[in-house]
Write a new protein. Structure first.
Length: 106
């Protein structure tokens, strides 16, 4: 019985540690705090008059809600022409995470 429990514990821990390894964005095991561009220029010398943000969040890596799409960020900022996009992630131990898309434009 103890052997089965130990095997189950090891498999569960390995699964937990390997989840998200093939992520599109960098993921830290303890904390993730990254800001990434979204293939729309480099952000240097970009002039804009409006900023729109959209956010999603997750709790305990079990429940994730919200709309962090570019479409929502553009809508929230009243932007007609998108000039640059940023993506920001904050996640602490998978307990709580926020995912924000920021659109810059006119």
């Amino acid at each position: 019985m103890k052997k089965n429990f130990a095997i189950l514990a090891v498999v569960s821990m390995a699964t937990f540690l390997l989840v998200g390894c093939a992520s599109l964005y960098p993921v830290g095991g303890l904390y993730t705090g990254v800001k990434l561009p979204n293939n729309m220029g480099d952000g240097k010398d970009v002039t804009y008059t409006k900023i729109g943000k959209a956010q999603a969040s997750s709790i305990l890596c079990l429940v994730a809600t919200g709309d962090a799409s570019l479409e929502k960020a553009v809508q929230n900022g009243g932007i007609k022409t998108v000039k640059y996009v940023d993506y920001h992630v904050d996640n602490f131990l998978g307990i709580y995470g926020t995912y924000t898309t920021t659109a810059y434009g006119d």
